[in-house]
Ligand binder design. Structure first.
Ligand code: CO
Length: 134
């Protein structure tokens, strides 16, 4: 079921500063910031060739990463995203195995224009897991 690592996401308090560190200090290819109001975040992508890093900054009042940044004010690793061929089949298998799917259980369109779901971190060793259909 599980395919490749699509990205690792890091929540940051200041996206401009974080993007500059990746671009200037680490010498990475960094995208322009992309606001995603329906997800409550602004995103910068760092393309590493074999995978990506996503830098996330809160956007708007009820950002889903606001609480995380309160607990981790300097930023921190927020989630890991794995690719799946069929997100509905993956969801149904996970639910049958007793895993918890966050939200209403229906895939939403994620930052890459593909359907995504999030899985409860308590079911996956303290790591918030995103599944993306590719
Ligand atoms: Co993600």
């Amino acid at each position: 079921m599980l395919g490749r690592l699509n990205h690792v996401a890091i929540a940051v308090p200041d996206l401009t500063a974080a993007a500059a560190v990746y671009r200037d200090t680490l010498g990475a290819r960094v995208s322009a910031p992309q606001p995603l109001p329906e997800h409550g975040v602004t995103v910068v992508f760092i393309d590493l060739g074999n995978t990506k890093v996503e830098l996330l900054e809160p956007l708007g009042e009820n950002s889903p990463i606001a609480g995380f940044l309160e607990r981790n004010p300097a930023g921190g690793m927020h989630h890991i995203c794995y690719e799946v061929d069929d997100i509905l089949a993956a969801r149904d298998r996970l639910l049958a195995e007793g895993a918890r799917v966050l939200g209403d259980g229906e895939p939403k369109i994620g930052a890459h224009g593909k359907p995504v779901l999030f899985l409860h971190p308590k079911d996956f060793f303290g790591t918030l897991v995103e599944l993306e259909e590719v």
